[in-house]
Design a protein around this ligand. Structure first.
Ligand SMILES: Cc1ncc(COP(=O)(O)O)c(C=O)c1O
Length: 464
């Protein structure tokens, strides 16, 4: 594989990604006789102690967005009541589509939608994005006769847009960003042609947490009568409250003419357990193209609003209940706390001269350096127990702030560890980074080789 030592990469990954692998503890076949409940619970407790400690301590970027009482025990109570529900059967459980309607409607109200807005509750951000792109593709095929659709996005947009392109045979057109890491509007303008079905704007993007110029992008979309999707997946509970929390912010939702769809996750800053996201369309024409309906099937009437068939009711119930339990007030309170931590970190990093904040983020804060290798700082932070996200082009790492970082002096510990890590790198105490070679490899290898390499790693991860 182009000179890469696959085995040494796997050895490096083994300790983090397959830490429990051993011939004694791996089940290769279903056990002949059932195993005692206590033994199963014991195994889970052992694993979860290791896995839950870092995020509980506020040392993990993103991943767990709330994770505290009273929400946790509330969700446990809900699960007990609704564990058997399936959204595929509204005839058996008509409460589930009612909850979905209400989640869609409450989310739309946060995004300044009117009564024409339609949408769905999906299983996560990726599914919301897949659905929106599939809807655009089919809508514009009928409406404008586009048979070879193209989608324009900045390179900072989430890979689920590229995945949508691969799944639904859409050509991705990737543009760069400006000096503030915002989608380059001029490049977008240049790339629009008669096959363009839509433009993507991120609010914010995952890598750098920076915000694309939604109004300018939406103006292009409106002018060309194409779709404009705002990916607000990592903002849901925060974006609507940024201004109310005293920070400057742009208009980005349905209040901006030209925005035709929005994805927003209830399972991130909506503080619901994993398994729900919302996709919203300005009108029902797009939404109609999302729905699947089988006619004349032997199994009776069959339709699905989203990608999946059977859908567990619990995540939907939990997302609905989280919106009710927290209310506008609760989300606003949490958003302000998170934004204030972001402000504290940005201000504190200014005192560490070797480090630089990438762009102008608010609560997903990427750090880079022109004076030292940022991956070595990242490595040192990992050695101190931080689980942060590595980024490339530029080499950087980020911390996505959540409720966890508003607790127990997490922000002060982050800054102190950061400062200490920079000192260690400056003094030559951190010699190499375990992940840097992998990132470095990805940036020098041709796309095809990297893809083969990554797919082999995935196969390794999910094979015994
Ligand atoms: C901006 C953005 N869009 C989409 C997604 C995909 O969301 P999910 O992982 O829930 O599928 C993410 C995930 O972090 C994201 O940050």
């Amino acid at each position: 594989m182009d000179g890469i030592n696959f085995e040494s990469v796997l050895r490096e990954l083994q300790k983090d990604l397959k830490p429990y692998d051993s011939p004694e503890s791996n089940f290769v076949k279903i056990p002949e006789k059932g195993i005692a409940e206590d033994s199963i619970l014991g195994t889970l407790s052992k694993y979860s102690e290791r896995e839950n400690t870092p995020w509980k301590a506020g040392k993990v970027s993103g991943a767990v967005y709330y994770g505290d009482e009273p929400l946790l025990s509330f969700y446990e109570k809900l699960y007990h009541i609704v564990s058997q529900t399936n959204a595929l059967h509204p005839d058996i459980w008509p409460s589930i589509p009612k909850f979905e309607r209400e989640i869609v409607s409450m989310s739309s109200s946060l995004m300044h939608g009117d009564e024409g807005v339609r949408g769905s509750v999906s299983s996560g951000g990726t599914e919301s994005i897949l659905l929106a792109m599939k809807s655009y593709r089919d809508y514009f095929r009928k409406k404008k006769g586009i048979t070879q659709p193209e989608l324009i996005m900045a390179s900072t947009a989430h890979p689920s847009f590229l995945k949508a392109c691969e799944y639904f045979t859409i050509k991705p057109v990737v543009v760069g960003f400006d000096e503030n890491y915002r989608a380059n509007v001029e490049s977008v303008k240049e790339k629009v042609n008669q096959n363009t079905m839509g433009i993507v704007g991120s609010m914010p993007n995952f890598p750098f947490g920076t915000f694309d110029p939604i109004r300018e992008l939406a103006e292009i979309a409106e002018d060309k009568k194409i779709g404009m999707h705002v990916d607000a997946i990592i903002n849901s509970g925060v974006d609507p409250f940024v201004r109310e929390s005293g920070y400057n912010f742009q208009d980005f939702d349905f209040s901006v003419e030209g925005v035709t769809s929005i994805s927003m996750d209830t399972h991130k800053y909506g503080f619901a357990p994993k398994g729900t996201s919302v996709v919203l369309y300005r009108n029902g024409d797009f939404y109609q193209n999302q729905i699947y309906a089988a006619t004349g099937w032997h199994g009776g009437i069959y339709f699905t609003p989203t990608l999946l068939g059977s859908r567990p009711g619990f995540p939907i119930v939990a997302a609905w209940a989280a919106l009710l339990l927290l209310g506008r007030d609760g989300y606003k309170r949490e958003a302000k706390k998170i934004l204030d931590v972001g402000d504290y970190i940005k201000k504190s990093v200014r005192a560490i001269t070797e480090l630089k904040v990438v762009g102008e983020p608010l609560w997903v804060i990427a750090l880079t350096s022109e004076e030292m290798d940022p991956y070595l700082v990242w490595e040192s932070m990992s050695q101190k127990g931080w689980i942060l996200n590595g980024l490339s082009n530029p080499a950087a790492f980020h911390l996505a702030l959540t409720h966890r970082h508003t607790l127990n002096q997490a922000k002060e510990r982050f800054v102190a560890d950061l400062s200490d890590s920079v000192d260690s790198v400056r003094n030559g105490k951190v010699k190499s980074s375990s992940m840097a070679p992998i990132y470095g490899m990805a940036s020098v290898l041709p796309k095809e080789s990297t893809e083969v390499f990554m797919k082999s790693i995935v196969e390794w991860l999910y094979s015994q």
